[in-house]
Design a binder for this molecule. Structure first.
Ligand code: ADP
Length: 734
């Protein structure tokens, strides 16, 4: 029934077509029928006239011959009674009779019948004329009415038929089509679970609709299977990708570990070798030995440079951060870069020159270290690949944007040049122009890759123009800001004048000798110990001015040894400054050294200046950094010295974020009196705060952890923590 109320467009179209067809058919059939009726009527009239001619004329002639008017009138009347005869008249010399409806509106068909008489013995004589008028108008009206009513009935019948047909069509076809369309829509929307069900009786033999429905449902099943297979495939791929990613990460970590080990295993002894070589320079040596020593030093330096390059690139790959921007003199930096490379250029009979655009600002602020490294790389390459030629370092001003100057640095040489085909990938790592260049000139193929990364890290871009055999121009563009402070005189490294008694505890002989040599050269007395046992013995025997402790000793480690020295019964060295002598300078470890009772950290590889500065700070009055309730300045100063201001700010940033994230959780745990959660959160935050020297907040969190673990009530702690957090705020500002 719903179908009848809202027939679909197809059923509607069918209905309209059937109606139109019915109309045409009805009209045509009506027309044909009308025509046949008309013919029949006309034929009837002819028959009637014929009947009059054959049956009536003789009696009229006789009555006329007899001059019987009454009879004639009766006969005329009889004629008028014939159907459709409008009137009949008789005209003769004796009579003029007329019967019927003379006013009939017509049209009329008028027939004239001559009347005559032939007596048996005489000649045919004309007596008059009979005229009969047939009312065609009445016939037409009858035909019209009959045709109209036929048309009406037929129309009604055909309309009924059309409606019935379209209802049938809808119930047999279109409603199933609609269901199938809806089903196909569901499939397109991804629903492949529900099968297609038509609202129709199941018959023994499938009709066309059943065939289409089966085909559609088969399609649904096929799609469903395909999708399941695809899903399985995606899952398998995702799994293998995840595995590959895990493996890649593991490989990456292994690489980092390997490089870290390399750094420790190779760099430390190499620094030892270089340190020894430096010490030997002061020894009385013959000319030959001096030359050999120089060669040893140079080879070691070269090895260190390659090693540093590899390590540096690994650090860059791991996303090392930009160094703190510094104020610097650009002219000085350029001079230094060229001066350092002057000997190499002279060795290649190559002339170095500098062209500095006078419009370029002298005192700038930026990543001086990176700029120096990129320029050194490019000029060193230019010198390396140019024999008996000229290398020009040109710096020009491209544009001024606000305070910043956009500069173009170009290193122009007339050396061997680079084939065009290689130029596009010369900045990729481990890429060299050719096998022959690699064999002849050596190198790691990393210098340009590092330079590109550094220039990009400074927000600039780098490129090359070159022609094989004619020379190359390596250029880069970047923005430099003006210096933030006026030029100042650099303070010289402080030195202590006192000769100190130093105990050095270190298990690696090379490191021991380097440190000993450097200390002795500055006039200090040095006692050596390989591990904890001789160290403790020496401490029992005498008082030192300073103890340097390696942190990775065999057996008892440096931290425990420090505690043991402080706890010795005679207490001779209870107050003596102890420095951690180590390459492990992560904040959390540094914090542990201080907690164990050390006064500072001396980073490996050992540099003379660092050693001198540390000794001076420990032994000059007022040199020691204060430690107030809020902040442990000593720890912080050490971090700054070892890691640099930039990295320390980064670490504070990380701490600020963890506080912002976890303090609300801690407050929540305190409100809920959840001791376990509070202890765990306090523990985590306390460690981070103490590592960064936030003593007040760190200690308060630590105390809270202990109280929570002891099951004490937790009211009042939230306020204490907030107060310490507020006190630490100035140090956490970015
Ligand atoms: P390395 O010099 O250690 O091999 P680089 O990355 O610094 O690595 O240089 C990559 C290659 O680019 C060099 O091996 C050399 O083929 C080519 N190259 C770099 N600078 C120049 C230059 N100024 N002239 C000619 N070739 C150069």
């Amino acid at each position: 029934m719903r179908a009848l109320r809202t027939p679909g467009p197809l059923a509607r179209r069918l209905l309209l077509r059937v109606l139109a067809f019915s109309l045409c058919f009805t009209l045509l059939a009506g027309g044909v029928q009308l025509y046949l009726e008309y013919r029949r009527e006309m034929h009837d009239i002819d028959t009637r006239l014929e009947l009059i001619r054959s049956g009536y004329l003789a009696s009229f002639e006789r009555s006329l011959w007899d001059l019987n008017q009454v009879q004639l009138n009766v006969q005329l009347h009889g004629l008028v009674d014939f159907p459709d005869i409008a009137w009949a008249s008789l005209a003769s010399p004796d009579f003029n009779l007329i019967q019927g409806d003379i006013q009939a509106p017509g049209p009329l068909r008028v027939e004239h019948f001559p009347l005559g008489y032939q007596p048996p013995d005489g000649e045919q004589r004309a007596l008059g004329e009979l005229v009969v008028a047939i009312d065609l108008g009445a016939i037409y009206r009858r035909l019209w009415l009959g045709g109209l009513s036929n048309l009406l009935w037929m129309g009604l019948f055909l309309c009924g038929l059309a409606v019935a047909l379209s209802w049938l069509f809808h119930s047999l076809v279109t409603r199933h089509l609609e269901r199938m369309a809806e089903f196909a829509g569901r499939m397109a929307g991804g629903d492949l679970q529900r099968p297609l069900r038509l609202d129709k009786r199941i018959r023994a033999e499938d009709d066309e609709i059943d065939t289409v429905a089966h085909a559609l449902d088969d399609m649904r099943q096929a799609l469903g299977e395909e999708r399941a297979e695809l899903q399985r495939q995606v899952e398998r791929r995702t799994d293998s990708l995840r595995r590959a990613k895990d493996e890649a990460e593991a490989a990456n970590q292994a690489k980092t570990r390997f490089l870290a080990t390399m750094s420790h295993e190779i760099r430390t002894p190499l620094n030892g070798i270089l340190g020894m070589a430096e010490l030997l320079r002061d020894a009385p040596l013959g000319e030959l030995e001096r030359k050999r020593l120089h060669a040893l030093y140079k080879a070691g330096e070269g090895l260190l440079a390659v090693l540093n390059e590899v390590l540096y690139f690994a650090r860059l790959e791991d996303g090392a951060s930009l160094p703190e921007p510094l104020d610097f003199e650009l002219g000085e930096l350029l001079d230094e870069v060229l001066t350092l490379l002057e000997p190499r250029a002279a060795g290649n009979a190559t002339q170095l020159s500098l062209h500095l655009d006078p419009a370029v600002r002298q005192r700038c602020r930026g990543a001086e270290q990176l700029l120096r490294q990129v320029l050194s790389n490019l000029v060193a390459n230019a010198v390396k690949f140019t024999e008996g030629g000229e290398v020009r370092l040109e710096v020009s001003l491209l544009a001024e944007e606000g305070e910043a100057q956009r500069l173009r640095f170009a290193v122009v040489d007339d050396g061997i040049g680079i084939p065009e085909a290689v130029q596009a990938r010369i900045f990729e790592r481990f890429t060299q122009a050719s096998e022959e260049v690699a064999r002849r000139y050596g190198g790691s193929g990393l210098g340009l890759a590092i330079s590109k990364r550094l220039v990009e890290a400074m927000g600039g871009c780098i490129g090359v123009q070159s022609r094989e055999g004619e020379g190359s121009t390596f250029w880069f563009e970047l923005e430099l800001l003006p210096a933030s402070a006026p030029a100042s005189v650099v303070a010289p490294v402080p030195r202590t004048d006192r000769a100190l008694r130093v105990l050095l505890v270190e298990d690696v002989p090379l490191n021991r000798e380097v440190a000993e040599g450097l200390l002795k050269r500055d006039g200090h007395s040095v006692w050596l110990a390989e591990d904890a046992e001789p160290a403790l013995r020496l401490c029992r025997e005498q008082v030192f001015d300073l103890i340097l402790l390696d942190m990775h000793l065999p057996g008892m480690g440096g931290v425990e040894l420090c505690q043991a020295i402080r706890a010795q019964a005679d207490g001779r060295n209870r107050e003596v400054p102890i420095l951690a002598f180590t390459a492990s300078v992560q904040p959390a470890l540094v914090r542990r050294y201080f907690d164990a009772g050390m006064q500072g950290v001396l980073a490996k590889p050992l540099r003379v200046d660092d050693l001198r500065r540390a000794l001076a700070e420990l032994h000059e009055p007022g040199a020691e950094a204060p430690a107030d309730g809020v902040l442990d300045e000593q720890v912080l100063a050490t971090h700054r010295e070892l890691l640099g201001e930039h990295r320390v700010r980064e670490l504070f940033g990380i701490l600020r974020e963890s506080l912002a994230q976890q303090l609300p959780m801690l407050h929540e745990a305190l409100r809920a009196e959840d001791s376990t959660e509070a202890a765990s959160l306090a523990h985590r935050l306390a460690g981070s705060c103490q590592s960064m020297g936030l003593r007040g907040l760190g200690d308060c969190l630590h105390a809270l952890e202990e109280a929570a673990l002891a099951g004490e009530p937790l009211q009042g702690w939230a306020e204490k923590i907030d107060a310490q957090r507020a006190a630490a705020e100035p140090h956490l500002q970015p």
